[in-house]
Design a protein. Structure first.
Length: 262
């Protein structure tokens, strides 16, 4: 670790204020170019602690930058992990208020819900599938707190991987009933298809993203508890949205989920 506790707390406060006031900021690595990965996750942990201390519940976890499309779009080369607070959840078909957001984008994802604990190291696709209760379509809304959505990996980890809202819905499926590599999906904006993909876009198999998350947490003495909701990462590039947009994700055999921006 390169940063002291006071700096970590101050950076978490700055990033959280940006989220809550829908204001952007410069990258934190501009001021702290020597910060390391432990510092970045320590800032994210402090963000989480602040929310829990205020009475928020943590309702899920996420992997991000798990597809080549996303890595290329953002100019980075490693997946990152974050958490989802209770107020990030939008009901299926519900509204997302633009006044609370800076410059949101949407991502088509597969959401996993687990029925048993996953603890790394050594987690693999098989352990994830064995621990999965069901999978379903999910749309993640991301909203980087950094100006013009430009960041490096450490800055985005500190910013809880741009997490801000999500919706899940459609038809929950047991993993034995779906080939998560070949399952196709269409993301629609205002009725028009705007992005297409298949599950394999995420690390060859979306369960690989969950295994990476379990191994990442395992290295820090943590696990994915039973009953967790986890977003496995955008299958395509993220799509910009504005007020008035209606977004629907259709996943082959798994129905659809949607939200609208007002
Ligand atoms: C970082 C978060 C990426 C995903 O699914 O790839 C992410 C970002 O691009 O702002 O959530
Ligand atoms: Mg995502």
């Amino acid at each position: 670790m390169k940063l002291d506790l006071a700096t970590i707390a101050a950076l978490a406060e700055r990033l959280e204020n940006c989220e809550l006031q829908a204001q952007d900021t410069t990258k934190i690595t501009d001021n702290y170019p020597d910060m390391d990965w432990d510092d970045a996750y320590a800032i994210q942990d402090e963000l989480r602690r602040r929310k829990v201390a205020r009475g928020c519940r943590i309702v899920g976890l996420k992997a991000g930058l798990t597809s080549h499309a996303k890595m290329k779009q953002m100019g980075v080369d490693t997946p990152v992990f974050g958490f989802m607070a209770d107020y990030y959840a939008v009901p299926d078909g519900g509204e997302c208020s633009m006044s609370e957001l800076i410059h949101p984008k949407v991502e088509p994802e597969i959401a996993f819900v687990t029925k048993s604990e996953l603890r790394g190291p050594g987690c693999h696709i098989g352990s994830v599938l064995a621990a999965t209760d069901f999978v379903m379509p999910g749309i993640e809304v991301i909203d980087s707190r950094y100006r013009d959505f430009k960041f490096d990996l450490k800055s985005v980890v500190a910013d809880n991987t741009s997490a801000v809202r999500f919706v899940v819905g459609g038809q929950p499926m047991e993993v034995s009933g779906v080939d998560l590599r070949t399952v196709g999906m269409v993301l629609e904006k205002n009725g028009l298809p705007v992005a297409f993909g298949a599950g394999a876009a995420v690390l060859g198999h979306p369960a690989a993203a969950i295994a990476m998350l379990a191994n990442h947490l395992g290295a820090r003495g943590q696990c994915i508890p039973a009953g967790s909701l986890i977003l496995s990462g955008g299958i395509t590039e993220a799509v910009t949205v504005q007020a008035g947009d209606n977004v629907t994700l259709r996943v082959q055999g798994m129905g659809s989920t949607s939200l609208r921006f007002v």
